[in-house]
Design a protein around this ligand. Structure first.
Ligand code: ADP
Ligand code: MG
Length: 336
């Protein structure tokens, strides 16, 4: 099922085309995904020989967690669905909700259960399961974790169609922002007791110190069995202004490229200056939703222009050099 050329580095190269930055997370996820599908294809007969390693993605909202999982599954050609742990906690019928998630995976596989059994499920907001005083929960976060555990470990689940879906080979990726995790880590961490000699590799020690320990996650209400099922952890960095600028223009399907195409269809050349991307990124940083607000701000900028252009076939080029200046609409007639 995994093509020979689909090595971890090939996976990272593919991800690079769509996801900006997050190099460390890309590597961790690429190796995890590679090992997972290798194991399935080489150990097909001796199922269950090696326990499955599901993945935990830690990073704030809008840093590319969902995008990376989605891009991965597109590359591998496996069905992909997302679910929110918080919405699972808002229903009395967790198991029915989980079944519905699995049903969506089957739908994504065009009804092919076999194919769905090799899919990827991303469960976000896993850090918000802890019972809080503010939100009244229908069921406890702990019971959601137990329900999730069952399918993550691998279980036959009966679908509405009366077919059974075996979750053993489904790759589960969990995500969460885990706000304040650094503080917890700095309290509990430090391999200070490991004597460092001149010969020790400081990089390796730094990496160990940066590692999130299962116990760090207990403070978020994650139960030991659950964290035990998520042995692979990938950290997503907050997006810098430079990264936000690149997100708008560099990826194959970036917002800027999409708008260039839209304008091209109108016979118009679109040219947006670098200052505009910086200004949009600065606003996005204030919104604190990662890259998520970029599209909205960008669309707001483009709407008035796209309103005018179709009525004015003589406009052949649009130049925007600042968010705070009117776009320049260049007309053929002006040049003659
Ligand atoms: N690292 C990134 N590279 C490219 N685009 C990104 C990146 N991070 C976020 N985005 C953009 O922001 C949107 C929201 O990102 P998403 O993956 O849903 O964030 P998360 O799941 O981490 O909350 C995506 O649709 C994508 O367009
Ligand atoms: Mg997401």
């Amino acid at each position: 099922m995994l093509a020979k050329e689909t090595t971890p580095s090939a996976i990272v190269n593919y991800l690079d085309q769509y996801v900006i930055g997050q190099d460390e997370a890309k590597k961790v996820l690429a190796v995890a995904v590679y090992s997972h599908y290798r194991k399935i294809s080489t150990l097909a007969s001796s199922s269950g020989a090696i326990a499955k390693s599901n993945v935990l993605l830690i990073g704030s909202s809008g840093t590319g967690k969902t995008l990376m999982c989605e891009t991965l599954s597109r590359m591998l050609g496996v069905p992909f669905v997302t679910a929110d742990a918080t919405s699972l906690a808002q229903t009395k019928y967790v198991n029915e909700e989980i079944e519905a998630v699995l049903q969506r995976l089957v739908d994504k596989a065009d009804g092919d259960v076999e194919k769905a059994q090799l899919g990827i499920i991303f469960i976000d907001e896993i850090d918000k399961l802890k019972a809080s005083k503010v939100e009244a929960r229908v069921i406890s976060g702990e019971s959601v974790q137990h329900a999730l555990l069952k399918i993550m470990e691998g279980a036959p689940v009966k679908l509405k169609s009366n077919q059974y879906l075996d979750t053993s080979n489904i790759l589960f990726i969990c995500g969460g922002a885990f706000v304040g995790l650094e503080n917890i880590m700095s309290k509990t961490h430090g391999f200070g007791f490991i004597s460092t000699t001149g010969g020790d590799n400081q990089n390796i020690l730094d990496r160990l110190n940066k590692r999130v320990k299962p116990t760090d996650l207990f403070e978020y209400g994650l139960i030991p069995e659950f964290t035990g099922r998520l042995p692979i952890i990938a950290n997503f960095q907050s997006l810098s202004k430079e990264m936000l600028v690149r997100i708008m223009s560099v990826p194959k399907n970036s917002i800027y490229r999409q708008y260039i195409e839209i304008f091209k269809a109108e016979g118009v050349e679109l040219a947006i200056g670098p200052r505009v991307f910086e200004q949009i990124s600065e606003i996005a940083i204030e919104y604190k939703t990662g890259a998520r607000s970029l599209r909205g701000i960008f669309e707001e900028l483009m709407t008035p222009v796209l309103y005018v252009v179709p009525d004015n076939p003589d406009i052949h080029r649009v130049e925007i050099s600042s968010l705070f200046e009117d776009p320049r609409l260049l007309r053929r007639s002006q040049e003659r």
